[in-house]
Design a protein around this ligand. Structure first.
Ligand SMILES: C[S@@+](CC[C@H](N)C(=O)[O-])C[C@H]1O[C@@H](n2cnc3c(N)ncnc32)[C@H](O)[C@@H]1O
Length: 619
């Protein structure tokens, strides 16, 4: 599948971009250099073996915190407000300006500017953007063989860019992974391939003919423009909403960035003015309501300075180091791959996630979601309360409000369970340290107690069928339930801690034996047997829940592509991929990493169940 963006134009040029920046008032610190990723020389598309490398920003000298990296006047931003594409006609139903429709609209504007070629105000910038691979390798396009012209008519079918099936195979490896979940969610939320196709089919006729593009552009051109917008646009302010920001979009992502984008967002939403404008309502002090939250000094600044988007050094950058931005906090590889087409293997974010309906408990998404969320909110409160108490007991002098972050259990990565995610307290996840969230434990625990506490009453004397089916509700009150859950979690962790301590003791004794310190085998045996006798007992319900969790992990693993292969076999398989199988390589890496996390978590639950798993049968 090929697009019609800049056919027969020279490759992207840093020099042309630099000249465009200068003539559009863009300031870029002279101590920054745009380099090719993976090699220090060459323009786009000139990497080794013709592989597109992408660009990055590198510091040519030490950069101190506070230094200005770049400053772009808002007049240079490319947004739906600034583009020369005429406003979209009212659609039926109207295009609600949510984030996705804003991306689609901006993509149409970008395609229009591409079609203007050198006539566009942004040509010097747009020519610098990647032109390959089509759709920038975002998984939503992997393996797509869709060919439509600008009017939505099928073009000639043929082998696309990844006609050898790299994309199709790559998609298979995403099944069951976080990226696979994200792709499904996007499709469901109307952000998949079919929604993109239908948007362009509806709106392509709105693109004016240009001297270089008298006919409509193929769908592939729109998809490419859309990918550029998705991977490069920033949220700016109330007027532009999202926009492409020349130069700022050259910084790559890491979870420990040096810089971030700064923009005053409280502009007039009608004309974009930051300084007081004719649309403003003035308060009794003669100040626009819009700017009334600012102090005197700040107000003077906005009234007199050019409105810009800036990036400053927030963490020192050494000479020769790449300067990193962050595309969002806690972005895991699944999300990075789906939204930006790469993985960072930094193992940050919330790990693997389940929805309520994925838990095999027969809970539909809409069914009682609020009730479950209420329970999780109460659990969160109960958990924080417990932490405060624990901290007070161990450290009576510490301020109560500081206690949340300093809890030993929550920060101990060797535990079976982890606290609620900071990004979403309702999340049901397996964290990056292989710990199941207390939420998942609580959902299984509650489901278990509901199904065991509701037992049909014995048939009445008169054989009344309705009376026989009446359910006796022994459900505990919500607060009693949360207390029970927290006590169960503590019980689970204490027993896990005991197992860990015992294996450490055995390891120590074996090591000591190997070194000949305590050569008496009988003594070793006696001590390890002693410690075994210290085993605690647990409530059967905890065992039930542990078994559910173990099964949940196993099911997730089994839902992955080629789930019967061992990690070693997968590594070997990945090693045999051809250099051009880049989608398969990245998808396999993601899948292997997620499998590793599940396997290590399963190992812990197996160890615990080996000790306590039988007690439920005897209960
Ligand atoms: C905003 S652009 C950054 C500049 C881009 N590298 C370029 O060549 O113009 C975002 C894209 O850069 C690439 N990218 C960003 N961070 C990356 C990273 N840590 N590793 C690999 N690629 C990255 C991805 O292709 C992503 O879609």
């Amino acid at each position: 599948m090929s697009h019609d963006i800049y056919p027969d134009h020279p490759p992207p040029s840093k020099e042309v971009l630099r000249e465009w920046c200068v003539s559009n008032g863009v300031f870029a610190e002279s101590g920054l250099e745009i380099c090719s990723m993976g090699s220090e020389v060459g323009e786009r598309g000139e990497g080794a073996e013709g592989v597109e490398n992408g660009w990055k920003v590198v510091a040519k000298r030490d950069l101190k915190a506070g230094e200005l990296l770049c400053s772009i006047p808002k007049s240079a931003l490319l947004s739906t407000r600034s583009s020369s594409l005429p406003p979209l006609p009212m659609t039926q139903p109207p295009l609600v300006p949510d984030q996705h429709s804003s991306l689609l609209h901006l993509a149409l504007c970008v395609l229009h500017e591409f079609r203007l070629e050198a006539e566009s105000r942004w040509y010097g910038y747009l020519q610098s953007l990647p032109r390959e691979p089509l759709g920038l390798g975002l998984p939503v396009f992997w393996g797509e063989q869709l060919h439509l012209d600008g009017e939505g008519k099928a073009e000639q079918e043929g082998e696309g860019e990844d006609g050898d099936g790299d994309g199709r195979e790559g998609r298979k490896w995403l099944v069951g992974t976080e990226a696979g979940r994200d792709l499904k969610r996007k499709e469901k939320d109307g952000m998949g391939m079919s929604a993109l196709t239908s948007f362009y089919t509806t709106h392509s006729s709105h693109l004016p003919a240009t001297p270089s593009h008298p006919s409509p552009s193929p769908l592939s051109s729109f998809l490419h423009a859309y990918s550029l917008v998705c991977t490069r646009a920033f949220l700016i302010d109330l007027y532009h909403t999202i926009a492409l920001v020349p130069f700022c979009d050259l910084f790559n992502h890491t979870s420990t960035p040096h810089t971030s984008l700064l923009s005053d967002d409280y502009v007039c939403y009608l004309c974009g003015s930051l300084k007081t404008c004719s649309h403003d309502v003035i308060n009794n002090d003669g100040v626009s309501w819009r700017l009334s939250h600012l102090g005197d000094w700040e107000r003077r600044r906005v009234e007199h300075e050019v409105d810009t988007v800036d990036m400053r050094v927030e963490r020192r950058v050494g000479n020769g180091e790449e300067v990193w931005n962050s595309y969002g906090e806690g972005l895991g590889d699944g999300r990075l791959l789906v939204e930006w087409g790469f993985i960072g293997e930094e193992f940050v974010g919330d790990g693997l996630i389940w929805d309520l309906e994925d838990l095999g408990l027969g809970i539909a998404k809409e069914e009682g979601e609020e009730e479950w969320e209420d329970m999780l909110d109460q659990l969160g409160e109960g958990w924080n309360e417990r932490n405060r108490k624990m901290d007070n007991d161990t450290n009576p002098d510490v301020d109560d409000n500081d206690s949340d972050d300093s809890d030993d259990f929550d920060d101990d990565h060797e535990t079976l369970l982890c606290r609620q995610s900071r990004s979403n307290p309702h999340l049901l996840n397996l964290d990056q340290s292989g710990r199941i969230s207390i939420n998942l434990f609580a959902v299984f625990w509650r489901h278990n107690s509901r199904s065991t506490s509701s037992s049909p009453k014995a048939e009445s004397e008169h054989g009344n069928l309705f009376a026989a089916l009446e359910i006796e509700d022994k459900t505990p009150s919500p607060s009693a339930e949360i207390t029970e859950i927290i006590e169960s979690i503590e019980e689970l962790e204490e027993t896990w801690h005991e197992i860990q301590a015992r294996s450490l003791l055995i390891e120590d004794l074996t090591e000591a034996n190997d070194l000949g310190h305590e050569s008496d085998d009988t003594a070793t045996h006696e001590r390890s047997t002693d410690s075994k006798e210290a085993t605690m007992t647990v409530r059967p319900q905890i065992v039930d829940v542990a078994k559910r969790i173990r099964k949940l992990l196993q099911d997730r693993l089994r839902g992955m592509y080629k789930s019967d292969l061992t990690q070693e076999q997968l590594f070997n398989l990945r090693d045999t991929l051809r250099s051009q199988d880049k989608y398969q390589r990245v998808a396999m890496t993601l899948s292997i990493n997620e499998r590793g996390l599940i396997i290590s978590a399963m190992g812990k639950w197996d160890e615990w169940l080996a000790e306590y798993g039988a007690s439920v049968e005897s209960a």
